[in-house]
Design a protein around this ligand. Structure first.
Ligand code: NAD
Length: 259
């Protein structure tokens, strides 16, 4: 892994942060991306650089803006020489029934959770093919495989991302470039904490009880998947052991999708 470069979208928080750290620990240079407090992002960047002896840079591309996404990949190629690993992770959630779902929230979820991965892949895949090695990892969701109520845009985007994963894998087959999707169930990140808080407020219960209810409803293991487990899965997908694995969906969902 040492000497390789990874771009991880949405890596200033949650799962992307965990994956970036795992890739850096494995020796990969990383380009961080995502929103957040400037000082906190710089602290995160400096920490992984010092801790793991790799090079880490940051690019603030907004995943709703194709020109900024192209610039993210171009900057990573310019600063590191190449992009070997692309992790399409940035994502948001909005919950409402279809009849109440605001049009602009539909557009935003589709742009960030689906279209951004098309734009990053389009910009990065040719270089990977030419160099004969590349790993594209799409952070989909168990919601790319099964549905739940009130998440129409998220679930449409994640199902679409799994379709995109398969096309990318087919088009790259035989070139040394693989593309796979990771499908987590519940992971305790700010994205899910907001949903737990909303349920606690709506049902008039504690966040602890709302957490237990959330897990009990969908995730039979009763445990959250961790960002460390997802980081290790991304590192595995970059290893030689996974070189003939492409177009696959890896579920880390505590048996959610087995039901
Ligand atoms: P999070 O809210 O902790 O992190 C989301 C990241 O995306 C942040 O870095 C944020 O700044 C970035 N982001 C949001 N909008 C952006 C934009 N317009 N441009 C650039 N960056 C933007 O969420 P998370 O839970 O870590 O989610 C990461 C991914 O994992 C998402 O794609 C999500 O759908 C997926 N996922 C999460 C869970 C879960 O339970 N948390 C489960 C399955 C899949």
């Amino acid at each position: 892994m040492r000497g390789r470069t990874a771009v991880v979208t949405g890596s200033t928080s949650g799962i992307g942060k965990g994956i970036t750290r795992a890739l850096a620990e494995a020796g990969t240079n990383v380009m961080l991306n995502g929103f957040g407090d400037t000082g906190e992002i710089e602290a995160q960047r400096a920490d992984i650089e010092a801790r793991f002896g790799i090079k880490a840079n940051y690019h603030g591309a907004d995943m709703t803006k194709p020109a900024e996404i192209r610039d993210l990949i171009a900057e990573a190629e310019g600063q590191f020489g190449q992009v070997d690993i692309l992790v399409n992770n940035a994502g948001i959630q909005h919950t409402d029934e279809i009849e109440d779902f605001p049009d602009e929230r539909w557009d935003e979820v589709i742009a960030i959770n689906l279209s951004s991965s098309f734009h990053t892949t389009k910009a990065a895949i040719n270089g990977m093919k030419q160099r004969g090695w590349g790993r594209i990892i799409n952070i989909a969701s168990v919601h790319g495989l099964v549905a739940s109520v009130q998440k129409v845009a998220y679930i449409a985007a994640k199902h679409g991302l799994i379709g995109m994963t398969k096309v990318t894998a087919l088009e790259a087959a035989g070139t040394g470039v693989t593309c796979n999707a990771i499908c987590p169930g519940w992971v305790k990140t700010p994205l899910v904490m907001a949903q737990i808080q909303a349920r606690a407020d709506q049902d008039g219960i504690s966040t602890d009880q709302a957490t237990i209810n959330l897990l009990r409803e969908k995730q039979p293991s009763g445990q959250f998947t961790t960002i460390e487990q997802l980081g290790a899965t991304a590192v595995f997908l970059c290893s030689d052991a996974a070189s003939n694995m492409s177009g696959a969906t890896m579920t880390l969902d505590g048996a959610w999708s087995a039901q």
